[in-house]
Design a protein around this ligand. Structure first.
Ligand SMILES: Cc1cc2nc3c(=O)[nH]c(=O)nc-3n(C[C@H](O)[C@H](O)[C@H](O)COP(=O)(O)OP(=O)(O)OC[C@H]3O[C@@H](n4cnc5c(N)ncnc54)[C@H](O)[C@@H]3O)c2cc1C
Length: 588
């Protein structure tokens, strides 16, 4: 039998049974299980992963990797990741709060502990999943070869296929004399002081992290050559979000330009003007956008690199020449040059965010296919939403699929439009889900949802004010959707492949009969409407050292934020979820 550290009783040697078989203990799988266990009190799970621990690609990441989006909304709904909390324990949105790879792995160990404590999850790590010719679910221990046949009602498969440099060899021929290493090895090579020149291949998040690491560790920019096969757009996190209190106002800078422009490309140019989007060379139009997020200091570092090679992809490295699609560059001192492999997502699957066939279905037969981003660049929340739908709505696949919009077919290339495609899909998915008010309530109160009141100044009322107050965020989002659907953006075709599709009628959304059993997950937590941070093991109050301006949560919405001096917003209570439910229901 495979390594099984779980406690569910339904296991006999060589056989295991559960209601769900989840393949993949990465962010998607962990988030799915967390919400499933919370909302389906009777669900049992078998979790299989070929790695020895949860965390997916983070287990193979380079040692200096960090999240590039704020920690407060990454991971699972029941457990906080961010270190910045208010006095109630709510995680604060802060663009500089980026968990390290190790912190993410430690976090998933705690999530695993929660799974174990509820007694409804069996784990099969270091095991491969496959389906045999009879269609049976086979779990094979990679070390011992032992096989377990799994019986389950549904299989949950993660389709993101993230491949980072340390998971593969060089993707082109490299002469054996060449010093070639994945960026994972950079710390030890810098420390050795053996190399005088560094050539970094890759311009996305991974490549740009390699460049920043070199510069921050004392390597002079003149010693760095950067091979960027195509120019890239970067989000500049501190270019948009100026601070905790101004989050809602800053976010309007994302949506307002969309209502003015006639092409999606113009929106990128507007974002660039406001400092939220950047490219290394403003005279070149980037061909790629996958959502890499940097800060202003990193951008300045990139721009200080003088040797940027734009000759297409590398095709071969001989002992003294790097051969590219459109030319060669000589290696003048090969013995003292390190070539750094910093190419992630080589096959262009876009980290699985949105590269799915046109006929891809999340709910299909006895399988649930997770991975697509229903929420912009947020697989944590997307997987949680899918689990919520699975555990809440009647077993009608057509109905469940009708609520979900995500990038697919020809419309999800990793280019400028992919961002708007994801935003369109987010608007549509949330609108569809809102047909059932408790579902809207679930999303809004999920810690994995960036806009959740728990992360922001003035909580629920702050969100309501942004949505339905003078800023009219809800109306503006509708207007953007309308512009996409009536063809007002010249460079946006067929509503990103969803043309003609209607949102489900609220009355079509049939829910399951509610179970009388209360969920025992997360273990030891009293049921709370506001699950965010409910089960924090350690609450580190870093707010003490921070400026009052940034973290004081006792304030009211300021005149500046709201446009009015408003006493009624005093003591804004994050628990006023009914208000939000009502408003969302009213607006749909
Ligand atoms: C460097 C980097 C930084 C990123 N930063 C962010 C960020 O800041 N914010 C953000 O939202 N996203 C970020 N992403 C995007 C990232 O893809 C997601 O955050 C997320 O981690 C992907 O998780 P996943 O579960 O989809 O895939 P994975 O992490 O790849 O997990 C899939 C798991 O499935 C297992 N598996 C697959 N098939 C089988 C099988 N047949 N048998 C057994 N096991 C199997 C694999 O072993 C793996 O553990 C980043 C990505 C990279 C590469």
């Amino acid at each position: 039998m495979c390594t099984n550290n779980g406690t569910t009783a339904t296991t006999t040697p060589g056989r295991a049974t559960a209601s769900y078989l989840v393949i993949g203990a990465g962010t998607c799988g962990m988030s799915f299980i967390d919400t499933l266990l919370t909302h389906d009190a009777t669900a049992t799970v078998i979790l299989v992963d070929r790695n020895s621990q949860p965390g997916g690609h983070w287990t193979k990441a380079y040692p200096f990797v960090r999240l590039h989006q704020a920690s407060c909304y990454y991971g699972v709904n029941s457990l906080p990741l961010s270190k910045i909390r208010d006095r109630k324990g709510n995680e604060r949105f802060n663009v500089h709060d980026l968990a390290t790879g190790q912190e993410i792995l430690d976090y998933y160990q705690v999530v695993l502990k929660q799974f174990r404590q509820c007694g409804r999850v069996q784990f099969y790590f270091k095991c491969d999943y496959s389906r045999n010719e009879r269609g049976e679910h086979i779990v094979t221990n990679i070390l011992s070869g032992e096989v377990t046949k799994v019986t389950c009602n549904k299989v949950v498969a993660v389709h993101s296929n993230v491949v980072v440099p340390s998971m593969r060899g060089p993707p082109f021929p490299v002469d054996s004399n060449v010093n070639y290493a994945p960026l994972n090895d950079l710390p030890k090579h810098i420390e050795s002081k053996k190399y005088k020149q560094f050539v970094v291949i890759g311009a996305g998040k991974t490549g740009s992290d390699a460049i920043t690491y070199l510069l921050r560790n004392g390597i002079d920019q003149s010693a760095v050559t950067w091979i960027t096969s195509r120019d890239v757009w970067y989000f500049v996190r501190d270019g948009l979000w100026k601070g905790y209190k101004s989050y809602r106002k800053d976010t309007m800078k994302l949506i307002n330009p969309l209502l003015k422009v006639n092409t999606l490309h113009e929106a990128f140019l507007e974002y660039e003007k406001s400092g939220f989007m950047a490219r290394i060379d403003p005279s070149r139009r980037p061909q790629v956008f996958k959502g890499p997020t940097i800060d202003k200091e990193e951008l300045a570092g990139f721009r200080s690199i003088k040797h940027i090679v734009r000759m297409g992809r590398v095709t071969q490295i001989t002992d003294n020449i790097i051969i590219l699609e459109k030319g060669n560059i000589p290696l003048h001192n090969p013995a003292e040059t390190l070539i750094v492999d910093a190419m992630a997502d080589l096959d262009g699957t876009f980290y699985g965010y949105s590269n799915f066939p046109a006929d891809y279905q999340v709910f299909k037969d006895d399988q649930i296919n997770i991975g697509p981003a229903l929420i912009v660049y947020n697989v944590s929340c997307s997987a949680a939403i899918i689990a919520y739908i699975e555990s809440t709505f009647a077993d009608n696949q057509e109905m469940k699929n009708s609520m979900l919009y995500f990038g697919r077919g020809d419309y999800c290339k990793a280019e400028e439009e992919s961002y708007f495609n994801q935003f369109y899909c987010q608007c549509k998915t949330l609108k569809a889900i809102s047909g059932y008010a408790p579902a809207a309530n679930f999303v809004v109160n999920s810690r994995t949802y960036l806009d959740s009141p728990c992360h922001h100044h003035n909580g629920t009322l702050g969100l309501l004010w942004a949505m339905f107050g003078p800023s009219q965020l809800a109306k503006k989002a509708d207007k953007f959707v309308e512009k996409v659907e009536n063809g007002s953006y010249a460079d946006c075709k067929d509503c990103f492949g969803w043309a003609g599709r209607q949102l489900p009628e609220p009355k079509e959304l049939k829910v399951k009969e509610k179970s009388k059993v209360k969920s025992n997950y997360p273990h030891g937590n009293k049921s709370t409407k506001f699950r965010c941070c409910a089960s924090a093991d350690v609450v580190e109050d870093v707010t003490k050292g921070a400026s009052v301006q940034e973290y004081d949560d006792s304030d009211t919405i300021s005149e500046h934020d709201s446009g009015v001096a408003n006493d009624s917003f005093k003591n804004c209570d994050d628990n006023s979820t009914e208000a939000i439910e009502l408003q969302v229901a009213k607006s749909t």
